[in-house]
Design a protein around this ligand. Structure first.
Ligand code: NDP
Length: 271
């Protein structure tokens, strides 16, 4: 079940998140090994941002993908206060330098700030034309923000997991109507969900780990890409082992029952 972006590129349904990766020097080797193990196991999307560790995440990703850039669908994000025409240009070049590459596959506006969308999108389109980025998208934009956005957006990266189901009600239908896939961030609620005994029991019954169970639920519809952060090769391999797997209807229904979606739309949540 691969995910298709509007510009026709397809990627596997699980990716690699990198928030807080690169912050702790003593963990560096293990974090690099985790990213490489994920790639070895078939993961392709790596998500980072100029914000993460003030560039340390991008630097570590650059080291991890050295010599294997072509295996990766590389995503980074520009901060809203760098989202002016000139700001985007200098931010992307700084990101490219830290990542040790000459192109991003996808460049996202991290959240909405005060720079008008038209200006940011014009800057993104220029980068696209120059070959610095393959596509552009956004993050943390709810339905009202999406309505203001010019045409051409490739994704909206939002908080989504069994206890953050608000976007199913209002945002996902809008994205689906435009053929825009979702990137689900913090799909494991930063591992807090994994302590839930009901999920643990269901995972055992399903022959999965709790993390795999939650991720399989997040990606169940075929147009949601989950980007869990894995700090060890073992976790990266476990997440990659889900590629191509479908959750049974019964197990899906049980998670829906344990973690019902809200009755009415709620403002988009952020971490
Ligand atoms: P996640 O929900 O991905 O949870 C990460 C935690 O889950 C880590 O503690 C990790 O442990 C653990 N974990 C991962 N895989 C397994 C496994 N197989 N078994 C057990 N534990 C596991 O949290 P994040 O907040 O990191 O979200 C993922 C990514 O989304 C970020 O890294 C970032 O790239 C992106 N993001 C984007 C935001 C935005 O505003 N656009 C905001 C927040 C995140 P360990 O490290 O030990 O493997």
């Amino acid at each position: 079940m691969s995910i298709q972006f509007p510009h026709g590129v397809t990627v596997p349904e699980i990716g690699i998140g990198t928030w807080f990766v690169g912050d702790e020097p003593s963990r560096r080797d293990e974090e690099i090994a985790a990213i490489r193990a994920g790639l070895d196991a078939g993961l392709r999307v790596i998500d980072t941002a100029e914000m993460y560790g003030d560039g340390r995440s991008e630097q570590l990703v650059g080291e991890a993908i050295r010599g294997r850039r072509d295996e990766v669908f590389l995503v980074s994000k520009v901060l809203p206060y760098n989202a002016s025409e000139a700001g985007v240009r200098s931010a992307v070049h700084a990101s490219l330098q830290r990542l040790g590459t000459d192109r991003l596959d996808l460049y996202l506006l991290h959240w909405r700030g005060s720079v008008p969308f038209d200006e940011t999108v014009a800057a993104f389109e220029r980068l696209q034309k120059d070959g610095d980025i393959g596509a552009w998208g956004v993050s943390n934009l709810g339905p009202d923000d999406m309505a203001d956005l010019p045409h051409g957006c490739a994704t909206d990266q939002v908080l989504y997991n069994p206890i953050r189901r608000g976007p199913e009600l209002d945002l996902f239908p809008i994205l689906r109507s435009r053929g825009i896939p979702v990137m689900a961030y913090s799909p494991l609620e930063q591992a807090r969900l994994l302590d839930d005994p009901r999920l643990q029991a269901l995972a055992v019954d399903s022959g999965l780990s709790a993390a795999q169970l939650v991720l399989a639920w997040v990606i169940r519809d075929g147009d949601v890409l989950a980007i869990p952060k894995a700090g060890s090769a073992g976790h990266a391999r476990q997440n990659a082992a889900l590629l191509g797997m479908t959750l049974s209807a019964d197990v899906q229904a049980e998670i829906d029952r344990l973690f019902p979606a809200p009755q009415n739309p709620v403002p988009l949540e952020m971490l």
